[in-house]
Design a protein around this ligand. Structure first.
Ligand SMILES: [Zn+2]
Length: 296
């Protein structure tokens, strides 16, 4: 018997997963198993593992089971295929272990015809979307499962799902916190949160200048005055006070190297990816903070 199993997950906000299986038997590919399950709070991985387990149970119950020697379980998820044959790690361990127990019990099944050898359950990975008919049917079943109404006794949430949901929830709350509690300068620049902030790809020296400009904590006149720093130079060599935005206005800086800002405002230079890149290159060329607006 060839048993195709598949998992699927809807891509909307409260995504639900589905498990599907489809089995055929003999040279004439007679349908021997076909079904699906709706699995809320499951990831695709979990749905794939459940599909293999439920599919195998359906194979046991099929009308052809007494006349079947080997069951070949075919699925297009490599990670799940590996774990079904080895040690489960992470999500859905319970389901994978239950699958292995059922697979080991196959040769000793009670309904086997005497003429049929005990046989074995084999797990085999197959490429997805390769036009293999049985696999397409299992995929269809899995999608049907994800779209269907959950059964009354839905299996409990899986670890993989909980892990992702927690991470998303943490991020949502942190964003809400940041929206209310970000320092004023950050709010003025509308610097939000980014999981991969573009400025982190800047060289350290420029990143330092950028963070100083954002926070106002740096070699700036106001900052030194506020904290009573003595023995600091409060003016740029052009005579104007050092401020986070002075690089943009300083005539000496402009003379040292033509500024690439164009029509962009200083806020945009400090905020955008292209702006910070241009700032970095201009700082390199003009030596602004090293010679014109230096600390001492
Ligand atoms: Zn200046």
């Amino acid at each position: 018997m060839f048993l195709f199993t598949d998992g699927s997950r809807l891509s909307n906000a409260d995504a639900v997963a589905g498990a599907g299986w489809y089995g055929h038997w003999g040279a004439w590919k007679q349908e021997s198993a076909c079904g699906h399950l709706c699995l809320p709070k499951h990831e695709v991985f979990d749905a794939e593992a459940t599909a293999a387990y439920e599919g195998l149970k359906a194979a046991f119950d099929s009308a052809q089971a007494p006349y079947t020697q080997n069951v070949y379980i075919l699925l297009d998820n490599q990670e799940v295929a590996q774990q079904l044959q080895g040690s489960p790690r992470g999500s859905s361990q319970h389901t994978i272990l239950a699958f292995q127990e059922a697979a080991n019990a196959w040769p000793t099944r009670s309904l086997r015809c005497q003429a049929i050898q005990p046989g074995q359950v084999h797990v085999q990975w197959i490429p997805g979307h390769a036009g293999i008919a049985g696999n397409e049917q299992a995929d269809e079943q899995a999608k049907k499962g994800a779209r269907s109404t959950p059964q009354t006794n839905t299996p409990p949430a899986r670890y993989g799902w909980a892990h992702r949901t927690l991470k998303e929830e943490f991020w949502r709350r942190f964003q809400a916190f940041w929206a209310e509690n970000a320092p004023q300068q950050y709010q003025d620049l509308s610097i939000g949160l980014d999981k991969q902030p573009h400025e982190l790809s800047l060289p350290r020296a420029t990143l330092g200048r950028l963070l100083a400009a954002w926070s106002g904590h740096g070699d700036f006149a106001q900052y030194h005055e506020r904290f009573g720093h003595e023995d600091t130079k409060l003016e740029c060599s052009c005579g104007r006070p050092k401020t986070p935005h002075h690089f943009y206005y300083c005539w000496k800086g402009h003379k040292a190297s033509p500024q690439p800002w164009g029509s962009r405002q200083v806020d945009e230079i400090l905020r955008s990816k292209s702006g910070t890149r241009d700032l970095h290159e201009w700082l390199q060329r003009s030596h602004f903070y090293r010679t014109i607006c230096s600390a001492h």
